[in-house]
Design a protein around this ligand. Structure first.
Ligand code: SF4
Ligand code: SF4
Length: 714
């Protein structure tokens, strides 16, 4: 671009050719339009509610480095993950070369060779070609996969496959034109090839050698054509981004920095809600009631479908696809934003648009019902598999939760089976219609003190054993309660229960969208706990564990809450649990991860370690989906109280997977998982035991050291 036509001397002193002037015009138009498009898109985020996200800069930056730049989440999947990471890293490296190419278009003779020491410049040139080859190979594989053998997650109505193919094609063309420009340059610059070509430009040098028969003039023309094609593809690609799903190229790193998992607060905690606030409605039924961050999530979505592929509801044939939740939010924003913020705040434009033909229909629509249906929302088990898998840290579940809140609090719309649950929570302080007076029946004759009794004796127990509604009323779960109490007693732990003073803390109501009922119940529980000045709570229910440990602080309840898997492991580690030394035959066992213990609280090792310590002969096997990839049992998110009518039952899918390991026993660490696994095993007529980890430990207790054999609940 620095020779071939007559130079024009501009005021900068740089001698520009006609081509340079033409390119300068193209560049100014392209950059201006790109800047306009970005501003226009970002202003649509103003439709959303404000939210402070500038705190915890250190943690946010760490996430940006690990998830964003190091691509840690995308690499969870081999094959496609490596290819996408290669394209991303390739783009980072090639951006420096692209900047040089664009500058050469307006600045004849510009080149990093004049700025860098020669060895460094040679390395830079080598990096450009190496990464261009890597990107070309990765893109070719991704194209092949999308066109010839698309995985299930890349299929579906909500994805823009044609756009993806075009973009991959453009990226491939960018790499090809990068090589051809270098190759024709090699021929055209015959005189300088010794300094400009060599080992550090292997592709251009080799290709240039192949084109060696071309005349200098032809090579110059082809070089310019190739250069223009490359530069125009770069600028065209840039300007296409804000209008399609590939806007994620611009937004994904920003989204990772602002993500829920980057900020303060606790991972998985539902957003606090001010019920006293003077608002017309609660939750979200349209994009204006979501936050700007929920809306940014839509622009960051790559439509990769990793979330949908991990979603237990989707896997078992339900209508829910977390990817669709996000893309629907994005598309609804794009549909509605022009009528709300106007075309970029031009005075009166929003009003004018509202009067435009078709405007009323758009304004009469809303995200809830017109885009996302009730059936999709109620299919969610709140397992967080989608959030875990998303490579750009989108929180699909937050949108689902906000829409559920709107359904329940504003419109009293919920599955009919949920009504008795709400009523029972209100009347009995438990999701089931049991009498509160029976709550501590399981403890009769077991010499287990209540907090009130302890207080009467002037004692404060070391820990409060929070039993939970399942552990108090469900016949199968009561056996877990007793098993855990036996362990505590055998280890001489100073503990007490609340007995009849324990009530549901409201978690099921919160997950089902009934924030009002949740707050009544949660505040009541906090009042009771504070009355007894409780500091440490141990529970075997991961839902109680998560709720009291991670969400109670929103309402002023601050306690150390420990799940029994961690607590028992600590007791075993400290040799405080008297165990038999005879273990019988080797037992093959598969542990099922509870979502609220694993993905919500990162507790994966403690239950496994507890099993190994208590039963050294155990052969622990892992199902196909395990730990952070474990499949939900189907009971979370209030699904325990809703009939599963659509598709295959989630607990059957999960039980099949666990039974397929060949395990004789399925171990769980959650009473809800217990119910689902017991049901699954019964339906499959499998000859497999289901035990809570505390039952495994209790079975190993040395009878000689037990204070008294506990038999209640058997
Ligand atoms: S939380 Fe679980 S069930 Fe709900 S959308 Fe995400 S993956 Fe699906
Ligand atoms: S929400 Fe995340 S995981 Fe799901 S399709 Fe979008 S980018 Fe992929």
């Amino acid at each position: 671009m620095d020779d071939g036509d007559r130079p024009v001397v501009v005021s900068t002193g740089i001698a520009m050719t006609g081509q340079n002037v033409a390119f300068l015009l193209v560049l100014v138009v392209a950059v201006s339009f790109f800047s306009y498009s970005i501003q226009r898109a970002l202003r649509t985020l103003r439709v959303g509610l404000p939210e402070q996200r500038l705190d915890a800069p250190g943690r946010r930056t760490w996430n940006l480095l690990t998830i964003g730049f190091a691509q840690s989440k995308i690499l969870r999947e081999r094959g496609a993950g490596v290819s996408h990471a290669a394209v991303f890293w390739g783009f980072l490296v090639l951006t420096a070369g692209t900047a040089e190419i664009l500058l050469q278009g307006v600045w004849p003779g510009f080149g990093y060779e004049h700025l860098l020491p020669r060895p460094l410049w040679q390395l830079f040139m080598l990096s450009q070609e190496v990464f261009a080859v890597i990107v070309l190979a990765a893109v070719s594989w991704l194209l092949w996969r999308r066109l010839v053998a698309p995985p299930k997650r890349l299929q579906g109505e909500e994805i823009h496959s044609t756009e993806a193919v075009i973009i991959l094609g453009v990226i491939a063309a960018l790499m090809v034109t990068l090589f051809t420009t270098g190759a024709f340059e090699y021929v055209a610059r015959e005189g300088v090839r010794a300094t400009h070509f060599g080992w550090f430009r292997p592709i251009a040098t080799a290709l240039g050698g192949a084109f060696g028969a071309l005349s200098l003039g032809t090579a110059e023309t082809l070089r310019d054509v190739s250069w223009w094609a490359h530069a125009l593809l770069v600028l065209g690609f840039l300007n296409f981004l804000p209008y399609g799903k590939h806007f994620h190229v611009v937004n994904s790193l920003i989204n990772v920095w602002f993500s829920n998992t980057s900020g303060p607060g606790t991972v998985g905690a539902m957003k606090p809600m001010d019920l006293e606030a003077e608002v017309e409605s609660f939750g979200a039924s349209d994009v204006e009631q979501l936050t700007w961050k929920n809306l940014l999530d839509g622009y960051a979505c790559t439509e990769c479908g990793r979330c949908t592929a991990a979603c237990p509801a989707n896997i078992t044939g339900k209508v829910l696809s977390p990817r669709k939740i996000v893309t629907d939010t994005r598309d609804r924003l794009r549909e509605k934003a022009p009528y709300v913020v106007g075309e970029l705040d031009v005075e009166g434009s929003a009003e004018a648009m509202r009067l435009a033909p078709g405007a009323q229909a758009v304004l009469d629509n809303r995200l809830l019902d017109n885009w996302i249906t009730e059936a999709e929302l109620w299919a969610c088990t709140s397992c967080r598999a989608c959030v875990q898998e998303c490579p750009v840290s989108i929180d699909q579940l937050e949108i689902i939760n906000e829409l559920r809140r709107a359904l329940v609090l504003n419109e009293s719309r919920f599955p009919e089976e949920v009504l008795p649950t709400f009523e029972s929570l209100e009347r009995n302080g438990s999701p089931w219609a049991f009498s509160p007076a029976d709550r501590a029946q399981w403890a009769e004759g077991l010499d287990i003190p209540t907090m009130a009794e302890k207080l009467e004796r002037g004692e404060r127990p070391e820990i409060l054993f929070w039993v939970g509604c399942m552990g108090s009323f469900d016949d199968r779960a009561k056996k877990i309660t007793v098993a855990f109490a036996r362990i505590l007693q055998a280890a001489n732990v100073d503990f007490a229960i609340l007995g009849q003073e324990e009530t549901c803390h409201g978690d099921p109501a919160r997950r089902l969208g009934n924030e009002y009922l949740y707050q009544v119940l949660a505040k009541g529980t906090i009042e009771t706990l504070d009355r007894y000045e409780v500091k440490t709570i141990v529970t075997f229910c991961p839902h109680c564990f998560h709720q009291m440990g991670n969400e109670f602080p929103q309402l002023g309840g601050n306690y150390e809450v420990i799940h029994h898997s961690t607590y028992i492991e600590r007791l075993l580690e400290a040799n405080l649990v008297p165990l038999q030394t005879e273990h019988g035959k080797r037992l093959t066992m598969a542990y099922h991860d509870s979502c609220y213990l694993g993905r919500y609280n990162d507790v994966y090792d403690a239950p496994r370690e507890t099993l190994r310590r208590a039963l050294p002969v155990v052969n622990l096997v892992e199902p196909a989906r395990t730990k952070s990839r474990g499949l939900c049992c189907g009971a979370g998110g209030g699904r325990m109280f809703i009939d599963e009518k659509e598709g295959k039952r989630i607990n059957i899918e999960r039980t099949e997977e666990l039974v397929a390991t060949g395990a004789e026993t399925i171990a769980v660490a959650c009473p809800f998982c217990m119910t689902m696994m017991v049901d699954g095993v019964a339906k499959l007529e499998a000859d497999v035991n289901v035990l809570d980890i505390s039952e495994v430990v209790a079975a190993q207790l040395d009878p000689a050291h037990e204070r008294a054999p506990l038999v209640a609940g058997d």
